[in-house]
Design a binder for this molecule. Structure first.
Ligand code: ADP
Length: 405
């Protein structure tokens, strides 16, 4: 890796240099290290590649701007290998799914006696087979999820969501298993928590992985507590168990892929060490953080934080992503603003409670002209809607606006 100063970058790069300079400015306000990945660049021989930067601020408390270390490295080859690995994992796991579901169906039919009588001993074997088919299919699902997450192909469907009811759904799902293992659930979720804009399915998965683990690593008689606290900037959810705990020197590693503390499998506990890696990716995709505290023999507490975000912040983030993508691929992003000319008149004529509905109807009309899954409509002011059109340049925007008519 090479260390370079920001000034010399400005002369050789333009938009890229600005990105790095902004990154340095951001880093100088912080105390923790920052990463900037995948900045496109061109080698002297014309080959395209990617740079990665790490910035380590040397800021002491209360200092305004401070010095920092900036490391830059050519990460093209690493990216290429990662992409290849991801693609490989994704194809293999996808291909494994179909034969596995055929096997599952076959075993189920035999076990249910549809292919003739089964003895008690045979049934026992079939049940073990079924449990392992389930386990294998969970592993495959996890592998697929993780490779998609790492390839950046995951798009969040954010909607206002009541985190407590989501957590209770997951608890409900685990009730039978918990009863069987004689583990009780405690609920510390106050009523009236503010909704958060999250992808409900994804956050459900985070709860599923954490609560599933808590049950796996807790002995009979123990308990699992699910708690949610509201802070000024977001919601903090935690899953606490009275289980076997995690040794201090492993705490930093358990969120890595394929990392398991105990190499000797606990009977009945199957896993490959992917659940926490997925939970971490999903929480971070929401702009959140996940962490763990644990004491060996006493229990563990996993905590994740989901920040409150506004629609406007999401839009800004979304636009920045689209623009960066367009820069990278040499494509375009366009913005169209559509103003309802007689909005004031409508406003004075209609009942206030109907105005929202009218706005939604206008949005619906606009959504018919969008073609790309990435196109997005957003409210700009009361009377003006914005439309982000991906992959269309100025010369061809006319064709899009004509679809309104
Ligand atoms: P696995 O499929 O092995 O459970 P995870 O990624 O979910 O994979 O967890 C990684 C490792 O972290 C586990 O193998 C286990 O050693 C440890 N771990 C996770 N949750 C707990 C917990 N609640 N109590 C004790 N150990 C845990």
């Amino acid at each position: 890796s090479l260390a370079m100063d920001a000034g010399s970058l400005t002369s050789s790069l333009s938009w890229e240099a600005q990105t790095v300079l902004r990154f340095i400015e951001e880093g100088r306000q912080k105390t923790a290290p920052l990463r900037l990945d995948d900045l496109p660049f061109q080698r002297a021989n014309g080959e395209k590649g990617f740079l990665g930067f790490t910035l380590i601020p040397l800021r002491r408390e209360k200092e305004e701007n401070s010095e920092c270390f900036l490391f830059g490295a050519d990460i093209t080859e690493r990216r290429r290998r990662e992409n290849l690995r991801n693609e490989f994992v994704s194809i293999v796991s996808h291909e494994l799914r179909t034969p596995l579901s055929v096997i599952r169906e076959g075993v189920a039919q035999v076990a249910e006696g549809l292919k003739g009588p089964v003895t008690e001993a045979q049934l026992q074997f079939l049940e073990i087979t079924q449990r392992n088919i389930d386990r294998l299919s969970r592993i495959i699902d996890h592998l697929l999820d993780l490779s998609r997450l790492e390839a950046g192909q995951f798009r969040l469907e954010r909607r206002p969501c009541d985190l407590a009811s989501l957590a209770r759904e997951v608890v409900e799902h685990f009730k039978v298993q918990a009863d069987k293992s004689q583990i009780s659930f405690q609920d510390k979720m106050p009523a009236g928590l503010a909704p958060v804009l999250v992808d409900g399915d994804r956050i459900r998965q985070v709860f599923t992985n954490l609560i599933g683990n808590a049950l796996k690593y807790t002995k009979a008689g123990g308990s699992v507590t699910v708690e949610i606290k509201q802070t000024e900037s977001g919601l903090e959810a935690s899953v606490t168990d009275t289980g076997i705990g995690i040794p201090q020197d492993s705490l930093g590693k358990i969120f890595h892929r394929f990392e398991r503390v105990s190499k000797i499998p606990i009977p009945g506990v199957g896993g490959v060490g992917l659940g926490l890696a997925i939970a971490k990716e999903l929480v971070e995709l929401h702009g959140g953080k996940i962490g763990v505290e644990s004491e060996l023999g006493k229990g563990s507490r996993f905590t994740f934080f989901l920040p409150f975000v506004s629609e406007a912040e999401l839009l800004a983030e979304y636009l920045a992503q689209r623009i960066e993508e367009a820069k990278r691929t040499g494509s375009f992003v366009s913005l169209i603003f559509v103003k309802c000319q007689n909005w004031r008149e409508i406003e004075s004529r209609e009942k206030p409670q109907d105005l929202g509905l009218i706005q939604t109807q206008i949005q619906d009309v606009l959504s018919r002209v969008t073609r790309d899954a990435l196109d997005r409509i957003f409210p700009y002011t009361e009377e003006t809607l914005g439309l982000v059109v991906v992959g269309v340049d100025k010369a061809h925007l006319q064709a899009v606006t004509e679809r309104f008519l």
